[in-house]
Ligand binder design. Sequence first.
Ligand code: SF4
Length: 688
Amino acid sequence: MDLKYVQTTCPYCGTGCSFNLVVKDGKVVGTQPYKRSPVNEGKVCPKGTYAHEFVNSPDRLTKPLIKKDGKFVEATWDEAYDLIAQKFKSYKPDEFAALSSARVSNEENYLMMKFARGVMKSRHIDHCARLCHASTVAGLAASFGSGAMTNSILDIAESKCIFVLGSNTLEQHPLIGRKIVQAKQDGAKVICADPRYTPTARLADLYMPFVSGTDVALLNGLMQEIIKNGWEDKEFIEKRTKDYEKLKEVVMKEDYSLENVSKVTGIPADQIKQAAEIFGTTKPGAILYSMGITQHTVGVDNVRSVANIQMLTGNLGKPGAGVNALRGQNNVQGACDMGALPVVFTGYQKVIDPAAHKKFADAWGFPDGICEPKNGYEVTVMMDVLTDNPGELKCMYIMGENPMISDPDINHVRHALESLEFLVVQDIFMTETSELADVVLPAACYAERDGTQTSTERRVQMWRKAQDPPGEAKEDWQIISELAAKMGYADQFPYQNMEEIFNEVAELTPSYHGMNYERLNKPEALHWPCPTVEHPGTPILHKEKFSHPDGIGIFAPIEWKPPAEVPDAEYPFVLTTGRILWHWHTGTMTRRSATLDSEVPTGWIEINPDDAKALGIQNKEMVRATTRRGTVNVPAKVTPDIMKGVMFMPFHFAECAANILTNNALDPIAKIPEFKACAVKVEKITEA
Ligand code: SF4
């Protein structure tokens, strides 16, 4: 028997835990702790523990598939490439759009970006960061000059006060949650604001249930109380920031008095006062946030308000402090870093900047040039263009994403994707999205490739190949490179392995410039920015100055605005959505993991006992949830853990898909949809 252990990085959340894959006779059969990782020190959550179970699922795609007369038939790679190349060449540049993936490596995101902008000359490339932290990238870049988590994961344990807002850290980033537990054991105070009494809320010294979508009101109220009591960091404000007076003008308004904020948020005034005192007087203080902050039509406003309170209290650029935006997917930070966004090349170099555009055009050497120096469409805008402006977008290439479960208003997404003339989907399993494709390409999973991914704390870590892909499946970088070669661009895609691609990324990307596989090939890896090969990496951003050209942080005066859709007589409850400990996003991988799927085999809607009583609904009863966009039958979970007037659904489950109900209203800057608040009605299902 041949047995080996291959250390790699978890393919699920943005924490970036490491573990060993156990490989028996060439096949992945289990996971084992890898204790040298400073991130997780050998511990993993249930998803990490069972991350081997889907790898050799009989459902894996093993051959290219071409749809003929409405049915998929197996094809050779040459047949699939020939068809795709012929079709892709028939479209004008901006009739093509690409969706890259937060699941695949940095190298492969870079190649998809190069394919869209170089081979297809299209402006339109995006990925699912649009759905989770697009508002973080835009909001923190506006406040600090850099749109990423400011501190490191290890650093959270150094904090003396942790304010968790819009994050169920213990379930969604469990090994970051462990750092909150460690900080608390060392005496830190924990404050949590959430409409649900989550495991993270249970850990808090002060838990404040509040109405989804009222974050800015709460933060402005806290800032007013901090300023009134003189707890602001005057020296930090004076030396490191600008526009403080503009902020003060807004937050000191009567609208943000304790009484008024209490009315808007539903939090008792004395709790807001107590939270302001704890956070204003206990240093260093960290804020941890996730999609409860970002997934709103005011997502950028929410993020800028978080940045405001941390500049106000001087909680930046030091250990135990910071704006800790917890990114969702394993490589969503990296996919953004690699320029899989419609406005930037790698390292956030702007497409509309003539110097950056020329730099990439020159480096890539496409004889017929690259895309125009113009911004492209965000994925949410692509869907609207497809339905509202037929014929503008005609062809799409989706790698490792499943918008038919992950995106808001699924009926709208179906309509959009069905209106495409030609759709190619590249994935490891058949998904609700690939069912709509004209060609499906079988890809390798995380255990079948080398490469790098960048975790939420900007730590760039290695994946290592443990087994061969099943059947004829190939690594994404090989597929993209071979397709580019079929289209006449072999010289621009000459790669033999991932390392060659990474070296090209490092060459073109200032924040990755000092990285190479030799330096990354150790347990602690490296945090960006890492500008030179001598540079040790940067676990904490903004120590001496912010990333704006003048080094100064910018306060933003933000007024609270309600969600796009609020409850009314017809739809009287707020619906909010999210993830659970046992499953991951669209369930493509976790629902094919026997252990995870047996723990939680289907979805539910959480209803407060008072609301359930008023509606005559019993626990576990099937109910009908309806919004202006659709209806879903779903089991009720009657629980005091959700506040009255608010209901919650996890979005992983196709058979009761929460995103049939959600609102695709967008933040005007980040174009992120409002997954966290829409108006819903829930009824008993009565027999006909
Ligand atoms: Fe994987 Fe995240 Fe769990 Fe760590 S916390 S094992 S990265 S899912």
